[in-house]
Design a protein around this ligand. Structure first.
Ligand code: IPE
Ligand code: IPE
Ligand code: MG
Length: 242
């Protein structure tokens, strides 16, 4: 029997233009099922597919996902290797379907320092999908907010930008997210309540939403719940409500 997707009406909701997700809890999801951590990462990637579909359905324009942090290199070598294998497979197998759906893939982070073969796959995916406009999918991969800020400062200095010329807009243009709107909503799954070096400049005024659900189980309805919570938020940006 094919189950219909339950009706989730977003017409009364405020839809954030840019949602960023810290996809956390793959390891614990697997452990709970007595499976190896790699099975959790595989389930996480399968779930990403569903969440991308839901973002398109709900009218979100930009989705940024935290896939691999600069700190994640410190995990056991076998886990890092397993994750790299998954990314390579996704870039081989899923990109065409995403392209057909009108998804533009963009990478945030430092591609130097990852396998050359994987670098080429990332470049090809970005090139193939560059004119798509339905959903912009930013993949933060070998990404760290502090590394990003240092990278920006190095470039600013190399370009000879003077202290007088520097302001928040100019600085923003040197970040990996140059030209993108700041995230409106940052979601973290798995119950952790920290930012873990993710978009630390850009998320200055993002709304933060956390849920105990492990990432592989964070489905369309869970995303809907996050949007519902976001709708109820009062974004004041330091000002007073009249
Ligand atoms: C998130 O899941 C995926 C990555 C960091 C690559 P984790 O692997 O951090 O899962 P937990 O936090 O150990 O459950
Ligand atoms: C953040 O999750 C990084 C990604 C989701 C890619 P971690 O599991 O690495 O973060 P910590 O260690 O709990 O802060
Ligand atoms: Mg984790």
């Amino acid at each position: 029997m094919i189950l219909n997707k339950p009706d989730l009406d977003v017409s009364g909701l405020k839809i954030p233009q840019h949602v960023a997700i810290i996809m956390d809890g793959n390891g614990r999801w697997a452990k709970k099922r007595l499976l190896p951590r790699q099975a959790g990462h595989r389930a996480g990637v399968e779930n990403l597919r569903r969440v991308i579909d839901a973002c398109i359905e709900f009218g979100i324009e930009v989705l940024t996902i935290y896939a691999f942090s600069t700190e994640n290199w410190g995990r056991p070598e076998s886990e890092v290797r397993g994750l790299m294998r998954i990314f390579a497979r996704v870039l081989d197998q899923e990109v065409y379907e995403l392209h057909d759906q009108g998804v533009r893939i963009y990478h945030l982070g430092d591609l130097n320092g990852i396998d050359k073969n994987l670098q080429d796959k990332v470049h090809r995916a970005m090139e193939l999908t560059r004119n798509n406009e339905r959903l912009l999918l930013n993949v933060a991969f070998n990404y760290g907010g502090r590394a990003e800020i240092l990278h920006a400062i190095r470039q600013l200095l190399a370009d000879g930008v003077s202290p007088e010329e520097l302001n928040e807009d100019v600085f923003g243009r040197y970040l990996f997210t140059s030209g993108l709107p700041d995230p409106d909503l940052v979601i973290r799954t798995s119950g952790e309540k920290r930012i873990s070096n993710f978009l630390i400049w850009q998320a200055a005024y993002a709304e933060f939403y956390q849920t105990p659900i492990y990432w592989p189980d964070f489905d369309r309805e869970a995303l809907y719940d996050a949007l519902l919570a976001y709708t109820g938020r009062d974004r004041r940006y330091g000002l007073l409500k009249d």
